[in-house]
Design a protein around this ligand. Structure first.
Ligand SMILES: Nc1ncnc2c1ncn2[C@@H]1O[C@H](COP(=O)(O)OP(=O)(O)OP(=O)(O)O)[C@@H](O)[C@H]1O
Ligand SMILES: [Mg+2]
Length: 260
C-alpha cells in the first residue's frame, strides 16, 4: 500500500481554561487524491480538527503528518477555505484570484493560468468586476479560484457553502468535487450537512461529540464519480451515513434502494 498523504495519530486538543478536551484520540489516514468528509453535529470539534490538520493551531496531544512530515504551521501545499470567502473588497475577481502568484512574484507567468481557473469556476465573465459587486456564491467561486491558483496538494473546506442558497450550494458541491478530482487535489471537508458529505466525498469520517472522536469510517464504494442527490445509490449511502450518525435506528439494506 502506498504511504498515506495525511496521517493523524492520537490527536487531542484542549482549549485553554477548558477542563474537558474538545478532541480526544483522533486517528485516521487519507490517501492522495481522496475526497474525505468529516461529519458531525455542531460543536463536536470539526473546525478545531481542520485547524489542527492545517497547522493553524497546535494539538495538545498526538500529531498530524503530511507526506510523513509533522505539520508545524500553515503551508502553501494546503489551503483552507472558510464559510465566508476572505477576499479583498477593493480588488477585482481576477486580482483576488491572482493574489498567490502575485505574492510569489510569478504573476506574469501565471496570468493565463489564473484566467483559466476563473473560467473553470465559471467566473471568466466577471474577471474585471470588483468583488463587492458579486453575489455570495460568486465570491465563493473567486475564493475557490484563488485557492486553486496556489496549486495546493490538499484543499481543506470548513462548511464553505453553508451561507449560500440551496441551488448555488448544490452546484458548487458538485463542481468542487469534479474540479478537485480533475486536478488530482486531495479534498478534506468538514460539514454537518449529510447531503454535502455524500455528494462530495469518497469516504466519511463520522464524529462523536464531547469529546470529539471518530465514531465511524464509511467508504462510499458504490457511488459513481459524478453523482446527483436523487440517484438511488446516493440516497442509499445517505441512509448509511444517517445510521452511522445515530439519526436512524436501522442501517439500510441493499434491497432497500427504492425505499429510502
Ligand atoms: N477558540 C476557542 N476557545 C475555547 N473554546 C473553543 C474555541 N473554539 C471552539 N471552542 C469550543 O470547542 C468546541 C468545538 O468547537 P468547533 O468550532 O471545533 O466545533 P464545530 O464542530 O466546528 O461546530 P460547528 O458545526 O458549529 O461549526 C465547542 O464547544 C466550542 O465552544
Ligand atoms: Mg465549525
Amino acid at each position: 500500500m502506498p504511504a498515506p498523504l495525511l496521517s493523524v495519530h492520537g490527536l487531542g486538543h484542549r482549549y485553554r481554561h477548558h477542563a474537558e478536551p474538545v478532541l480526544q484520540d483522533v486517528g485516521f489516514q487519507v490517501a492522495a487524491g481522496e475526497a474525505v468528509a468529516v461529519v458531525g453535529r455542531s460543536g463536536c470539534g470539526k473546525s478545531t480538527l481542520l485547524h489542527l490538520l492545517a497547522g493553524l493551531a497546535r494539538p495538545t496531544a498526538g500529531a498530524v503528518h503530511i507526506h510523513g512530515e509533522p505539520v508545524r504551521g500553515p503551508s502553501a501545499r494546503w489551503v483552507v477555505m472558510f464559510q465566508q470567502p476572505l477576499l479583498y473588497p477593493w480588488m477585482t475577481a481576477f486580482e483576488n484570484a491572482a493574489l498567490g502568484p502575485r505574492f510569489a512574484g510569478r504573476l506574469r507567468d501565471s496570468a493565463a493560468a489564473v484566467g483559466e481557473l476563473l473560467a473553470l469556476v465559471k467566473m471568466a465573465d466577471c474577471a474585471g468586476t470588483n468583488v463587492q459587486r458579486l453575489s455570495g456564491g460568486q465570491r465563493q467561486r473567486v475564493a475557490l479560484a484563488r485557492s486553486l491558483a496556489a496549486q495546493p496538494e490538499i484543499l481543506m473546506l470548513d462548511e464553505p457553502f453553508s451561507a449560500l442558497d440551496a441551488f448555488t450550494r448544490r452546484a458548487l458541491q458538485v463542481e468542487v468535487r469534479a474540479i478537485t478530482k480533475r486536478l488530482g487535489i486531495t479534498l478534506l471537508l468538514v460539514t454537518h450537512d449529510i447531503d454535502e458529505a455524500v455528494l462530495m466525498a469518497d469516504r466519511a469520517l463520522v464524529m462523536d461529540a464531547r469529546p470529539g472522536r471518530i465514531r465511524a469510517d464509511l467508504a462510499f464504494h458504490h457511488l459513481p464519480d459524478e453523482r446527483g442527490i436523487d440517484d438511488p445509490a446516493v440516497q442509499f449511502e445517505r441512509g448509511r451515513l444517517l445510521a452511522a450518525l445515530g439519526e436512524t435506528t436501522e442501517p439500510p439494506q441493499p434491497g432497500d434502494f427504492h425505499q429510502i
